[in-house]
Design a protein around this ligand. Structure first.
Ligand SMILES: [Mn+2]
Length: 196
């Protein structure tokens, strides 16, 4: 069964079209109107080995908040949809991602409990054209919609660009593990509760 999802999410603030293949080759086509954010989403596809298409039209004349948060929500919805029953997946994953002087950690659990913690002290208010603080809003949106635990931390670093980027890369690689399938566990639900 192909683990793909196509989502069109439209509100008064944003209009987002997203296609996801969890078993892709890292190909992406992303246009959100925020160049640095496009760069981060391209990374999510490449480091997660997903195929990802996102066309987002948001009210950037207000600010970037709605667009970034809603892309997070839409990506979370797509992961949830593409995973289906979640039978046979590893369910949880973590990654420690260095980027030059920066180190970031990510842990993801697709166990059905939405919760997000982002811990980073980033000095720049903007990286390129992107409002740095929205990184947390993106991952909050993702965690709620994917019903996932997402914990992210920039442990240290100098460059704000590197800190944000290392967190996105760590997240993508942690998620890549969490959605991976183990043939041996093909029909097994990775929970003793019997529901995910
Ligand atoms: Mn970069």
């Amino acid at each position: 069964m192909k683990r793909i999802a196509t989502i069109h999410r439209k509100t008064n603030e944003t209009d987002i079209r997203l296609k996801l293949n969890l078993d892709g080759r890292g190909k992406s086509r992303v246009a959100t109107g925020i160049r640095f954010f496009d760069h981060m989403l391209d990374l999510v596809a490449r480091h997660g080995a997903f195929d990802l298409e996102i066309i987002a039209k948001g009210d950037l004349d207000v600010d970037q908040h709605h667009t970034v948060e809603d892309v997070g929500i839409t990506l979370g919805e797509a992961v949830q949809k593409a995973l289906g029953s979640k039978r046979g997946i590893l369910r949880a994953g973590y990654f420690l991602m260095p980027m030059d002087e920066t180190l970031a950690a990510a842990a993801v659990d697709l166990g059905g409990r939405p919760y997000c913690v982002v811990s980073a002290k980033i000095s720049a208010s903007h990286v390129g054209d992107y409002q740095t603080e929205l990184t947390e809003d993106f991952f909050q949106g993702f965690a709620q919609a994917a019903r996932a635990n997402v914990h992210l931390r920039a442990l240290y670093g100098r460059s704000s660009h590197h800190q944000v980027e290392a967190m996105f890369k760590a997240f993508a690689r942690a998620l890549r593990f969490a959605v991976s399938r183990d043939k041996r566990l093909r029909s097994v639900l990775p929970s003793t509760k019997g529901l995910l």
